[in-house]
Design a protein. Structure first.
Length: 368
């Protein structure tokens, strides 16, 4: 039985890392890609809808432009390499899938496309239509226009956000590692973790941020972040090695991050947001109240960090500094700083108008 079989997973997102698609000389690993296309075709024939998040554009473009350091010597080089390599990447995907009788489509996304609610819904609608038409979308970050300030930075988290937008039940991250270990797998005695029921501080401490191939931009830190986003949307996520035979089969060694339950669509979008404008640091009492499903009141906020306007996404951090929720602020950062730690009856005098019911309302907040 395959990993995430069609019978139990109607929609699947598969992310493929640069080291699997492109060899160290910057050439497409065509034979490997044809094998993956064959596995995709089998799943499509069985009724599963698939979207592919494909890395490799920068690596391919860097070779064609003869750029140093794999095209990552500067932002300008990376953007030029991405623009050149993306057309080659799309062409090879169209060819290998076309040979299987499958139509491919290309979607290039920026961080703003999935962080802005209206643009997110537009992207989700396009994905939904393509998948229902039997098309396999090939997605990538639009690195030709992305900058350090406005980019995902890795395709692991992009894949998780795509799964959320597509309403997928599963995500597979194929890369040069076969899952999560309790320490760097290069160290003696490292133990493979096959199943992760909950992402906590202990799991995060196991992550190693390095990318072993040198071509990609993500390590285990980005993969755990992706798992958190996918799980919040109700999608299970598996990390598996694409170097193994039949990497999408169930017996391929992998780590599975199990989703407890799906959050409502809007709250899943909030939980997966990556561009929070500020942080509200709360006391233990407020953190406990949030866990019981209550709104965040100004009285429970100890400190306000960052610059944000009303309606911006903010992180709510507990007494230990760890994020406990994300939500939309009902106040600007200046107003929030003025009323933090104050009870409702004091806020009208400080603000000059009647205060709102909460600093972050529970209807516009997602617990992490």
């Amino acid at each position: 039985m395959p990993l995430f079989p069609p019978a139990s997973c109607a929609r699947l997102v598969v992310k493929i890392g640069s080291a699997l698609l492109v060899d160290p000389d910057g050439q497409v690993r065509r034979t490997w890609l044809e094998q993956i296309a064959g596995a995709i075709a089998e799943r499509v024939a069985a009724g599963q809808q698939l979207a592919i998040v494909s890395s490799g554009a920068i690596a391919l473009g860097a070779r064609r432009l003869k750029l140093p350091k794999g095209g990552r010597a500067s932002l300008e080089d990376a953007q030029a390499a991405a623009a050149t390599g993306q057309i080659a990447l799309s062409q090879v995907w169209a060819e290998v899938l076309g040979a299987q009788g499958i139509t491919a489509a290309q979607m290039l996304l920026t961080l703003g496309d999935l962080e802005d609610r209206r643009r997110y819904l537009n992207a989700a609608a396009t994905l939904d239509r393509l998948l229902n038409l039997g098309v396999v979308p090939i997605l990538n970050e639009n690195d030709s226009v992305a900058t350090e300030e406005i980019r995902f930075g890795d395709n692991d988290r992009l894949a998780a956000r795509v799964a959320q937008a597509a309403g997928a039940q599963g995500v597979v991250l194929l890369s040069d590692v076969d899952g999560l270990y309790d320490r760097n797998p290069a160290l003696p005695g490292a133990q493979h973790i096959a199943r992760i029921e909950r992402i906590d501080g202990m799991v995060e401490a196991m992550a190693d941020s390095g990318s072993t191939s040198g071509m990609g931009s993500g390590g285990m830190v980005s993969k755990i972040a992706a798992a958190r986003i996918a799980n919040a949307a109700g999608a299970h996520l598996a990390i598996a090695s694409g170097k193994a035979d039949r990497p999408l089969s169930a017996d391929a060694k992998h780590s599975l991050f199990v989703a407890e339950r799906a959050a409502p669509a809007r709250k899943a979008w909030l939980a997966g947001g990556l561009t929070a404008r500020g942080t509200l640091h709360v006391d233990a009492g407020a953190a406990g109240a949030l866990g019981q499903g209550r709104s965040l009141l100004a009285a429970g906020v100890a400190r306000v960090e960052g610059q944000f306007a009303r309606g911006d996404l903010v992180v709510v951090a507990g007494p230990n500094g760890r994020p406990v929720a994300r939500g939309l602020s009902e106040y600007s950062s200046e107003e929030a700083a003025r009323i933090c730690g104050r009870r409702n009856e004091e806020q009208a005098e400080l603000l000059g108008y009647a205060p709102r019911s909460a600093l972050v309302h529970r209807n516009h907040m997602a617990l992490l």
